[in-house]
Every structure is written in C-alpha cells, then in structure tokens.
Design a protein. Structure first.
Length: 237
C-alpha cells in the first residue's frame, strides 16, 4: 500500500500474479511501504529473482548469461561481464530445489527516516565460510587462477561457453578476445609457469579437449591462456 493524502492508502501494486517488465519489477523490488523497513523488501526481491530464474530455467540458462554479460560496462560490479553472466546462469541452471535465500546478519544504525543497517562482518565471514567449504575446489583455496580465453575457431560466444564451465569450478576470467586467426583445429591451454600446470590440467578435464603447453613469455594479468579450437563443442550442440 502507498499513502495517498491524509489517512488514505491505495494499492501501490495490484495483488495476485502479475507479469512485469524490467522497469516495473525494479520498482517492486525497491518499494518500501508506510509500515515497512528495508528488510521487508527481501521477500519481494526473492520473488523477482525466482521469476527471472524460472524464465531461464535449465537449458535456457545460457540465454540469461548472454543477456547479463551483454550489459558490459553498465554492470555495477568489478567482475568481468562473462563472469557475471555465468554467475547468474549457474543459479538459473541449478533449479529451484537447489536454491535457498538467507538474510545478511545486520544491526540497525540510526532511527526514523535515517534508519540504516550495518553488516556484521564477523558473522558474515563465518557464515560464508561454512556455506562455501563443501563446494570449494581444492586448487581454489587461495587466489583464483586467472584465465584468458581467446577465440581461435570463429564460433560466436565461444568464450561464454568456456566461462560457464570454468567459473563454477573456481576460475576467474581475466580477459577475453580473438586469437591471431580462426584456424585453430585443436584447443591450446597455455600455462606460464610450472606452478600453473595443475590448473591447466583441471581446465583440460573440464573442457574435455586441449593440449597443454608452457608459455615462454611471462604474463602479469593471467595465469593460463586458452586458445579455443574447433575441437571444442559446447554442451547441447
């Protein structure tokens, strides 16, 4: 409900199941009623996320990844667009039965119109560690391996297909682009030090193809480069 003059409330949104465009859905997510605080928005936000994930469920998850990554620099995050797209696609592809929601541990700061909430960082760190421990890859316990993906076969959005396999396994996509040409028949996985060879082998196992090489030129922004050849076939094709 929303205030409409003295002692009068009118519906801000009509009850029941509704189909909203992005702009209206964002309004619903941000809305705070007269007798609500910011935490009351959580339930509405959950409904919107579940509606979005249901729209791109199962094999359609890659479409969500494509939509999200397509926003590019407009995304409010320091993560690369491909990583962000793969992140949301992972939730959509998992299915409703594997998704759950939790409120952040917070404490109120201030009162009245100036009321806000402060994150309890200690409790948050502890809760996050417990949640991630069962699924954390052994090789990702420290700094994530930085991966460069180069399109060497000319297939559109091939980098997104690679990212969908690597990001859930703990890798970070640091750079994407085209290879020197599109004539690569076999995928090449280039590690730039002996220490990165285990990561290169994990990548080969995830992709199902690729020859591992040691790069002669040291890189400062990536640990492993993947030149995708025509031997790599995305799942579903």
């Amino acid at each position: 409900m929303a205030a409409k003059g003295a002692n009068r409330l009118v519906p801000a949104f009509q009850p029941g199941m509704r189909r909203y465009d992005g702009k209206t859905a964002l309004r619903l997510m941000q809305y705070v009623g007269p007798d609500e605080d910011e935490l009351a928005r959580f339930e509405r936000a959950q409904l919107i996320w579940e509606g979005l994930y249901a729209r791109f469920a199962g094999p359609k998850a890659s479409d969500l990844a494509r939509v999200v990554s397509g926003f590019g620099a407009r995304l409010i995050t320091d993560a690369p667009p491909l990583d962000t797209g793969a992140f949301f696609a992972a939730f959509a592809g998992a299915g409703a039965g594997l998704r759950s929601y939790r409120s952040l541990p917070v404490s109120a700061v201030g009162s009245g119109e100036e009321a806000a909430f402060r994150l309890d960082q200690t409790q948050f760190d502890g809760d996050l560690s417990k949640l991630l421990t069962p699924s954390r890859p052994a090789a990702a316990a420290g700094t994530p391996v930085r991966v460069q993906i180069l399109n060497g076969n000319g297939q559109p959005e091939i980098g997104l297909s690679i990212a969908k396999l690597l990001v859930p396994a703990g890798f970070r996509i640091a750079d994407t682009g085209n290879a020197s040409n599109f004539g690569f028949r076999r995928t090449q996985i280039v590690a730039y030090s002996d220490a990165d060879l285990p990561a290169a082998r994990r990548i080969r196992a995830l992709l199902g193809v690729g020859s591992i090489e040691i790069g002669r030129t040291q890189q400062s922004i990536v640990d492993v480069t993947i030149v995708v050849g025509s031997d790599f076939v995305p799942s579903g094709q």
